[in-house]
Every structure is written in structure tokens, then in C-alpha cells.
Design a protein. Sequence first.
Length: 277
Amino acid sequence: MSRIAERFISLRGAGRKALVPFITAGDPAPAVTVPLMHAMVSAGADILELGVPFSDPMADGPVIQQASERALRHHVSLRDVLAMVAEFRSHDAETPVVLMGYLNPIEVMGYERFVQHAAEAGVDGVLTVDMPPEEAADYVAALTAARLDPVFLLAPTSTGARIERISAMARGFVYYVSLKGVTGAASLDVQSVEEAVTRIRAVTGVPIGVGFGIRDAETAARISRVADAVVVGSAVVGRIAAAGEVHEQIIPAVAGLLAEMRQAIDEAAEQMPVNRP
């Protein structure tokens, strides 16, 4: 059983929901990333989503695109990101880490080598945005053999057949994109999210995380009522960007946001019926 699965089992037993913050590795500088990862855990994060910088992050809005640009100015590569995970693991053997990125850097490294190095570094799951499930069989097999969870995206436009196909392949959790568009776009319709999560739950027992458009503690709490995990990206990365070159402001800014979300999510869980899934 993966660390991700264990974490969700533990949270479910405690009647809690997962808080999953996203940052781009190397943003705004490589030395910031690992201390920030530890600080996010201390602030209440249950799973960390670590973005691999990429020059054309098609699923991401301006906030996260700019984070990749800042990291790439420091020439942060996939190998560097794996080294950061390994450094994080030297002090934290429990918190699951999911890499989020695009296929090109993985193909350059090669599937087998990537999977081997990711497992050795302590990665728990991989979300490869532009790897369609129709072409993912060999990749998923390699990840699964190394006990890495393949995480897939589902969207408001996903058909019933596609939801079934992706749910059958996914491990760890499935990531429901709560709105049409890129990260940081628009505002959430929580009722539509709840309807979509209900459809997904009908075909899978894998936990469901919801992300895109979660901006503050209030929104995080509302989403936590219907999902197993709340994924927060642009709001966190925006705090990093706002600090500019004053790196010592980043950790308190991000930790403060996550602590607010953690409290709101936990308070929402306390108000939920005991038999709520």
C-alpha cells in the first residue's frame, strides 16, 4: 500500500479531509523549496504536490506559468526536483509527495529511469497532465511496478465512459478539475462540483481530490464537504510571487494561508454527518 493510500485511510478514520497544496519546485529559488515543503506540512498539509518546471505548462494559468519561468531561470530540471524530494525525505518519511508535470521531461529521461529515480527519491505518485489514458498502459505499468501511484485528471467535460476508464487506472486519488479552463481561472460552482463527484464516486473507490479555483479558506471548506481532498495551487503560488525577492516572507505567507484552510476544513468536517462518505 502506498503512502498516499495510507494517508487517506488514516484521514478517513479520523473523519478528516486532505489538504493538498501545490508549489513549483525551484520557485522562486531552489534553496526555498525543501524548507517550504516542511513548513507546509507543519501548517497542516497532508499530501504535497510538487510541480516540475516546464516551458509550456498548458494546463496552468498565468500564476503557475510564471512560477515555472522563475524556476527555469535557475535551470531547475527533473533531476533537480527528484533531488529535492530526496532531501525532503531525509527528514520526513511519512508525508506523501506527488509530482505534477508534463510528459516531455519524463520521455527525455526515459520511463524506466524516471520511475527508478522517482521511487529511490521517495516520490509516491505522479500526475502527468498530457499523458492520455489511451496511451498510458506501459507508463502506468512501470509506475505501478515501482509502487508509485498514477494520478489522473478528470474534467467537467469528461464523459461517463472516460470517467470509468480513468478511474480503473488511477491509484492514490483522482484529481477532479472543478472548472473549465486553466489553473486559477473563474469561480467555483460547488453544486456542480458535488454532482460531478457523486458521478465519479459511483464508479470508483479511489479518493477524489478537487482543485482549480480554490482561493481561500471558505472555498476550501465548501469543497471539503464533497471531496476527499482539497488541492490548492494558484492561491499558494500567488503568495510566493507576492513575496518577490524577499524570500524570508514566503514561509510565513504560505503557512498562514494553509493554516487558515486547515482550520476551515476541519471545522467543516466536524459539522458533517457521521455517515458521510
